[in-house]
Design a protein around this ligand. Structure first.
Ligand SMILES: Nc1ncnc2c1ncn2[C@@H]1O[C@H](COP(=O)(O)OP(=O)(O)OP(=O)(O)O)[C@@H](O)[C@H]1O
Length: 329
């Protein structure tokens, strides 16, 4: 496998007048036809801060970051990076490293050739390009494989090289769009550790995911996005405090699950219910206290319960609390 990426401190590259926020999005709004995809989203990311944009598929994460990276124009609102306005083609784009959701590498080129190609796009040339390519191969732990074609790489190695390509020009803001989708667990851990290290080295990081445990693990602050709106923002601890003492009860079961969820909603101590994918999820005041009544309700509704889990409050509970639906894959 695939070791963690490591990074040296990039803060020395910054001027003394570094603005308080590296990224400042104000009132971002964007529609596609009559579909309002992003609705008045504002967020700020400070130097060294890792900000997680957490939301289900279709919530508006990619659209937001495409505007942040200057790849899509907003209908309303502004993006500034290190105080510079971001619009398609603006100089501010040079401050951003963008890691797209899909791996964007040339399989029949070697890792080194891929990096040289991307380095050219960032206008790196000659000795500086050679140095940065060597630096990124080192950072990604791929120096030994630099001369090998990417088609021979594992999925995790491709992801790491994909991230490396966005680091060639030493960006002030690194934007990663769901970089662990489809990656094996070990590579996933390596990528998450690396993103943590980028933040620790002073980079501002915008990280989108629909895995709440990733957001909890690596993000200093999290914004929850749903139907194009930023519906909550804070540290994972602050967000979890919003659902107070509520536990989550997760039952995997077969039978009429929507009907069972409705029956559970009527039980004392149950505050939210959701069902889908062979699972019923309940937010409850006290998981253990409510279990007998839930299991009685299952029996009455002829539900075959396969497993029951009581989970203490986490970001998944926050999402269920705020939206009434589970943040499932
Ligand atoms: N080019 C487009 N044309 C039309 N609709 C679009 C376009 N891009 C995005 N949308 C719509 O905008 C909404 C937000 O999509 P977006 O891709 O930003 O969500 P997401 O949170 O990144 O989801 P995913 O994790 O599935 O990529 C969705 O309803 C999507 O269908």
């Amino acid at each position: 496998m695939d070791g963690a990426l490591t990074l040296t401190d990039t803060r020395s590259d910054r001027g003394a007048d570094t603005p308080a926020a590296v990224l400042d999005c104000a009132g971002l709004t964007r529609s596609f036809g009559d579909r309002l995809a992003i609705d008045d989203v504002s967020l700020r990311i400070a130097p060294g801060e890792t900000y997680g944009l957490l939301g289900p598929n279709g919530a508006g994460k990619s659209t937001t970051i495409r505007m942040v990276c200057g790849l899509l124009t907003a209908d309303a609102g502004t993006v500034t990076v290190a105080g510079l306005p971001m619009t398609p083609g603006a100089p501010a784009r040079a401050l951003v490293g963008y890691v797209p959701q899909d791996v964007a590498l040339y399989p029949d080129l070697t890792a080194r050739e891929n990096l040289r190609f991307f380095g050219h796009m960032y206008r790196l040339r000659g000795k500086q390009l050679a140095e940065r390519v060597a630096e990124v191969l080192d950072l990604t732990g791929l120096t030994d494989r630099g001369g090998d074609r990417v088609e021979s790489f594992s999925g995790g190695m491709r992801r790491r090289l994909n991230i490396g390509a966005a680091l060639l020009h030493r960006p002030t803001l690194l934007v990663l769009d769901e970089p662990t989708v489809g990656v094996d667990p070990q590579s996933r851990h390596a990528i998450l550790d690396s993103v943590r290290a980028f933040g620790a080295a002073g980079m501002a990081v915008l990280y989108t995911t629909h895995y709440m445990e990733e957001a909890e693990r690596i993000c200093d602050r999290v914004g929850i996005i749903d139907h194009g709106k930023l519906i909550a923002e804070g540290t994972p601890r602050e967000l979890v405090a919003q659902v107070a003492e509520r536990d989550r009860v997760e039952l995997t079961a077969t039978g009429n699950l929507p009907g069972f969820a409705t029956a559970c909603a009527a039980l004392t101590g149950v505050t939210h219910t959701d069902s889908g994918d062979g699972m019923v999820t309940l937010l409850v005041e006290d998981g253990r206290a409510v279990l007998p009544a839930v299991l009685d309700a299952a029996e009455r509704a002829d539900i075959a319960v396969r497993s029951v889990q009581v989970v203490e409050p986490d970001l998944e509970s926050v999402f269920l609390h705020l939206t009434g639906t589970s943040l499932r894959e």
